[in-house]
Design a protein around this ligand. Sequence first.
Ligand code: NAD
Length: 420
Amino acid sequence: MILEPTNGEHLYESTMARFDRAAELLDIDRGLYKIIRYPMREVTVYLPVAMDNGSIEVFTGYRVQHSIARGPAKGGIRFAPDVNLDEVRALAAWMTMKCAVVNIPFGGAKGGVKCDPQHLSEKEVEKITRRYTAEILEILGPEKDVPAPDMNTNEKHMAWIMDTYSMHARQTVTAVVTGKPASLGGSRGRREATGRGVMIMCQQAAKWMNFDLAKTRVVVQGFGNVGSVSATLLHRLGCKIVGVSDIQGGIYNENGLDIPAVLQHIQSKRFLKGFPGAQEVDNKALLELPCDILIPAALEDQITATNASKIHARVIVEGANGPTSVEAEKILDEKGAVVIPDILANAGGVTVSYFEWVQDRMGYFWREDVVNERLEDVLVPSFHEVIDYSTRFKVNLRTAAYMLGIQRVVDTIKTRGIYA
Ligand code: NAD
């Protein structure tokens, strides 16, 4: 049976089709795999909100828990005008795989509210967040489902969710969400975690492929949380960051950009445009610049059949979710480029979210160097496990990562057995 798409785009089915191909290569029970093909639970809620102008609007929200086989469901909440159930379903399944690949004890979930935050006041956004939390309260909880920020949500939203949940529980429950402000039980190192994970992937790729990371030229698309931290950390390791970009376009200097100066420029001017000592390039040209490592860290579908053959990088580290299309991946494979897939490359974020949940439950908070060291302890073995699957089954790293994730989830379901 195929789940009904809710917007005609079949994102969930196309995601599952990719998992199916990976599963076929594994010697696993087809019946057990069938369980992964379906989300465990989907909730749709309608949220009445009194708007600033006195009118009442009703917003639609979703929470999909794809799997809790390996632990509480885990995944972000996004606020966007085009959020739909099909998309949330696909992203929830992705989270199950991501958590399994890095072997942290979580399942997968995702949530979203269909709204346009650009046209809402802060008060209205707060009301939507709190009502959404109240409507899905029964399925949330540190042992059940732990949300985090995603598109257009941040630590402020997590604070509101934590507070709403806690008011109903009649006690402060910090571990119900991750990505919180430090003052409310957030973890040190969480802000930098995804970019730090990207850097760790570059280090491991350099060792595995036998090149000197300090001698590489790097291009980073997107200079937000993930992109700017990746660029900063790789710059500190001696890499030449030759190009970076944001939504308005990119900057390029073949001799390497002064990344601390770029960060200062962004602080005062908000955008990269106008940075002195660099040539301006558009986002399309940026991806095709001569470089050794390319880090797409902006949004999905950036490397496509149209530009894949023009990409110079030997290594592509997917900081963003889904930046490479299926067709582009075939072209990159044929060229011999190595793609470190999103579910491994950007898993630093969810790994430190796991650490945040652990610290909240212990009520004891780690130093930043301890967080960073433990992040490495999780990501380095995961990288090598994916490489092992890739070598053993002669598949690219994305298929290998899917295979590793599926194997882990199926093994857990098999050991637990099927209830009733
Ligand atoms: P962000 O909003 O902080 O930064 C996004 C950056 O991309 C900004 O510099 C923005 O200007 C730029 N951008 C937007 N549209 C662009 C375009 N059309 N072309 C070029 N640049 C564009 O977001 P983020 O948290 O850094 O997330 C980036 C990606 O990484 C997303 O795909 C996100 O899902 C993924 N990701 C983030 C985390 C995390 O912890 N933040 C974890 C896992 C995955």
